[in-house]
Design a binder for this molecule. Structure first.
Ligand SMILES: Cc1cc2nc3c(=O)[nH]c(=O)nc-3n(C[C@H](O)[C@H](O)[C@H](O)COP(=O)(O)OP(=O)(O)OC[C@H]3O[C@@H](n4cnc5c(N)ncnc54)[C@H](O)[C@@H]3O)c2cc1C
Length: 451
């Protein structure tokens, strides 16, 4: 049977754009449908605008520390409206780049909501298209728990477009998005509380990293409240918000920001017209080859709920289109040793196993740790400390995990990700000559195991 397209991609986000462009480059006839914004979450309401706001928030530290280096900056002013307008301009530029990338690679771009009407059929704005393969790359959407007054709260989607910087913010959540936004609000001058229902934020990260970041955020005056949940939110006569907590306490704020997880975006997708099934968490169930339970329909990225990061969605998109259209270049996605960063202040960089995970997996581990005051701060009043940690397999000497909390942690950990992928041993770390004077050299000079 002749189809309109070889591949129909639903969603022009990180994974969808990558898959569509490369499939077209491999000679396939490709369409992509996008209902909201080109580039998806990452470009519009995720990684990119977030990092721009993190840069913005950092200037507070830089200005404060500048005097130690002889600079005097009088009366520095911050204009939230200016930052948001400049950020929006940059996002629009990126939207244009994504459009050109798709069009220049010969992809048919359909700007509208796509709905599956069968295993080989998609409808966009009343027009039906057939395709041999359909790839669902519709991403995720923030979730706010169902509490009285939830409509008064915002998610990351709205935070990027707030008209004014709130004076008092309650950030709810214990994941990286909550921690990052708390840092943004705090850095830009808002009185910020971070509320999390568990004992300590960033579950899954190394214990030392979580504790270290907690101490550093507290040093900065952030109000951290663990084992705390909001029961209800009410608007007060003066326009402020009153959050009543599970223990009966009341907190007053101008903004309540929830980052309590993301659900797969399946709204009006028409899955009921297909054989696509969901897993126990509600994400699209796929096998090793990203095939859904409907053999001609594939899914990648946040909508399958594996590792919700842009580079992972890109890798999954590449794996799918290589397998379909360039099988000689096919490589499985390797979910081991994915380096990640949390752009908190100070940031976290991590790759490989945490000490807890390594022990759970039965490794006998040697732990190397270093804590120090970064050189840049020695002329300043700032008492921030950096943490670096290596988790090593005591039997084979292989480095299982590298963890850092400190300036440029994300930049540093990317390189170490390559070392871990290559299976580097602690001895090879030790034999690597450091770059002096840097913080990163500490990773190759930790000689004595602390545990
Ligand atoms: C605040 C925040 C910060 C983040 N920071 C980072 C970070 O620093 N690093 C990192 O790696 N990751 C980060 N992420 C995660 C990253 O953004 C996602 O993992 C990534 O965007 C997933 O890509 P995707 O292709 O699966 O989906 P998306 O990028 O979400 O794209 C899905 C697209 O599909 C479209 N769509 C949905 N339904 C339909 C339909 N029926 N028809 C047509 N189009 C449809 C949507 O409009 C969207 O454009 C962040 C996320 C958030 C929310």
């Amino acid at each position: 049977m002749a189809y309109d397209f070889d591949l129909f991609v639903i969603g022009a986000g990180s994974g969808g754009v990558r898959a569509a462009r490369f499939a077209a480059g491999f000679g396939a006839k490709v369409a992509v449908a996008e209902s909201r914004y080109l580039g998806g979450t990452c470009v519009n309401v995720g990684c990119v605008p977030k990092k721009l706001l993190v840069y913005g928030a950092h200037f507070a530290d830089d200005f404060e520390q500048a005097s130690g280096f002889g600079w005097s900056l009088e009366d520095a002013q911050f204009d939230w409206g200016q930052l948001i307008a400049n950020k929006n301009r940059e996002i629009e530029r990126l939207n244009g780049i994504y459009r050109n990338l798709l069009l220049n690679s010969g992809v048919t771009l359909l700007e509208g909501h796509a709905r599956l009407t069968g295993a080989h059929e998609v409808e966009v704005d009343g027009q039906r298209y057939s395709a041999e393969h359909i790839l669902i790359a519709t991403g995720g959407w923030p979730q706010i728990p169902d509490i009285p007054g939830k409509e008064l709260a915002i998610s990351s989607n709205e935070a990027f477009y707030l008209k004014d910087l709130p004076k008092r913010v309650l950030v709810v959540g214990g994941g990286y998005i909550a921690v990052e936004f708390a840092g943004i609000f705090q850095g830009l001058g808002a009185k910020t509380s971070l509320l999390y229902r568990g004992d300590l934020f960033l579950r899954g990260f190394d214990g030392a990293v979580r504790e270290h970041l907690k101490d550093e955020l507290e040093k900065r005056g952030m109000d951290l409240q663990f084992n705390t949940e909001i029961r209800s939110i009410e608007k007060q006569a003066d326009g402020s918000l009153k959050a009543t907590l599970n223990d009966g306490r009341e907190l007053i704020a101008d903004c309540v920001f929830y980052a309590t997880g993301r659900r797969p975006m399946l709204d009006n997708l028409g899955l009921e017209n297909t054989g696509v099934e969901l897993d126990s968490r509600g994400f699209i169930r796929v096998d090793e080859l990203f095939q859904t339970t409907d053999p001609w329909i594939l899914a990648i990225g946040d909508v399958i709920g594996r590792v919700q990061l842009t580079p992972v969605a890109l890798a999954e998109g590449m794996a799918v289109v290589r397998r379909l259209f360039k099988p000689e270049q096919y490589r499985k996605v390797d979910y081991q040793n994915i380096p990640t960063a949390v752009f908190s202040q100070p940031p976290i960089g991590t790759v490989g196993l945490s000490e807890e995970q390594a022990r759970e997996q039965g490794y006998e581990v040697s732990i190397f740790e270093s804590r120090f005051r970064p050189m840049k701060l020695t002329l300043t009043e700032c008492q921030e400390r950096t943490l670096m940690k290596l988790v090593v397999d005591a039997k084979t000497d292989r480095v299982l995990g590298c963890h850092m909390v400190g300036p440029e942690a994300g930049e540093i950990i990317q390189g170490l990700g390559i070392a871990l992928k290559a299976g580097a041993t602690k001895q090879q770390f030790d034999e690597t000559i450091g770059v002096h004077p840097t913080a990163a050299e500490e990773f190759v000079t930790m000689r004595t195991s602390v545990r």
